[in-house]
Design a protein around this ligand. Structure first.
Ligand code: UD1
Length: 419
């Protein structure tokens, strides 16, 4: 068993470079299935979820090579299966992107019902609604889903809920559909734009990604070769910004996109932190105790749910009482019980939590309950008095590349120990 051991109390200082976005990479890797040729991807995060995505594609017939630590060469000329391995696909959420991609490529796919972080009920009804509107038939039974179509025909699809996954999945399934498809009430997250840019660079005709109305004019085929670089990770950027504020540190965050961070930047300034952005660099620092605030998570460009736990750590030591309303996931406050073990005073009920700010946290053994909860506990360990041990690292490793190496370069006393 592995654990992270952190001796807290050092303000983080220095420069850090952000890697490609996890949520883009795990959509773009299955999206390469639309290319009957070779895709070279750069700025790929070297994390468990990416490796799982690659393993699943390999089982379908892809040949995948890491050409360096953060670059992949994916050869999809010999896809020869339409049934993805159930044990692998049911391990993580984004395996559902295989459905949209393989519907486009082979008109059929069978996968295990998607797993992933336990953040509450995670239905895929909007994905299925989109596939069926395009002419596919979906069957769910015994923990798997089979989707097939004789042909896919463009149509107007209105999403009842703003869903990142459904927007990308329906986009993937509509690229070769006859005529025009529109996705109304689409999600607008940066990785949706990234997937659309990737597909357009292969010759797809997608317009409006990043707005709530996406229009796809069906094309007959895509190019057989593309080189693409994945957008920097918005959530890793935000994790380091919040770590700087929580630790009263001073970080220069490179290779990021400051515009993607607007909702977080304005909250950081509101609670007394400092943020300056120039080009692809964010400078963030603080020397004061954070002030209280009220936050509601929302789809982009609102405050991201995936930064809610990291912000929760900051508010646990703020001056005054703060409130977070979580509007996306019903079980996203599991980390608050772990923070309370470290001396925080947080009362979570349903989709709201009240943070009575304490002067400091104290190190304790804690468990990462999901990916972003794990990142929040790392920040908590860095600012706590004494030693924190974090268990259940499999969650953190799903989405952060070398988290302990990155934080120790910034002055944190953090090491991974194999017991
Ligand atoms: C993605 C991110 C996840 C992030 C979330 C919200 C990936 C791999 N994961 O998850 O990190 O927390 O966006 O920014 O990119 N819903 C339905 N029916 C559906 C689909 C979704 O009711 O068919 C609901 C969900 O239960 C949730 C909300 O819509 O309450 C948003 O979910 P969605 O945007 O789809 O999240 P994911 O794509 O799963």
């Amino acid at each position: 068993m592995e654990k992270l051991v952190i001796t807290g109390g050092t303000p983080l200082k220095g420069e850090i470079s952000i890697i490609g976005a996890k949520n883009s990479a795990i959509a773009i890797i299955p999206a390469t299935l639309l290319c009957n040729g070779i895709c070279t991807l750069h700025n790929v995060p070297n994390i468990i979820d990416v490796k799982l995505s690659c393993e699943i594609l390999e089982q379908l017939g892809s040949k995948i090579t890491w050409i360096d630590t953060n670059s992949l060469l994916i050869d999809n000329r010999n896809i020869n299966k339409t049934h993805a391995p159930l044990d692998l696909t049911s391990k993580f959420r984004a395996s559902y992107y295989l459905i949209g991609a393989m519907l486009s490529r082979c008109k059929e796919i069978e996968v295990g019902l998607p797993g992933g972080c336990n953040l509450g009920a995670r239905p895929i009804d909007q994905h299925i609604k989109g596939f069926e509107a395009l002419g596919a038939v979906a069957n769910l039974s015994q923990g798997k889903i089979n989707v097939k179509a004789d042909k896919l025909v463009g149509t107007n699809i209105y999403m009842d809920i703003v869903s990142v996954g459904a927007t990308i999945n329906v986009l993937l399934s509509s690229i070769f559909a006859e005529g025009t498809t529109t996705i109304d009430n689409a999600a607008k997250e940066p990785h949706i734009v990234d997937v659309a840019n990737f597909l357009n660079s292969l010759g797809a005709d997608i317009r409006g990604a990043g707005t709530d109305l996406i229009k796809i004019n069906g094309v007959k085929a895509l190019k057989e070769n593309v080189t693409y670089s994945i957008v920097p990770d918005q959530i890793e950027t935000g994790t380091f910004m919040l770590a700087a504020i929580a630790s009263k540190g001073d970080l220069t965050i490179k290779n990021c996109i400051p515009e993607h961070m607007d909702s977080l930047t304005s909250k950081i300034i509101e609670i007394g932190g400092n943020v300056e952005a120039y080009g692809d660099v964010i400078h963030v620092w603080s020397s004061n105790r954070p002030q209280k605030t009220v936050i509601k998570t929302l789809p982009y460009p609102g405050f991201p749910t995936d930064l809610q736990p990291q912000m929760g750590v900051v508010l646990s030591i703020a001056d005054g009482t703060s409130i977070i309303n979580e509007s996306i996931w019903e079980s996203r406050f599991q980390y608050t019980a772990e923070l309370n073990k470290m001396g925080a005073r947080i009362t979570a009920q349903g989709k709201s939590a009240i943070f009575e700010g304490v002067s400091h946290l104290t190190g304790a053994p804690v468990y990462a309950t999901d990916l972003r909860a794990g990142a929040a506990l790392v920040i908590a360990g860095i600012i706590a008095n004494g030693t924190t041990e974090i268990y259940n690292l499999k969650h953190i490793d799903r989405g952060y590349e070398n988290i302990e190496t990155k934080f120790s370069k910034l002055g944190a006393q953090i090491k991974r120990i194999v017991e």
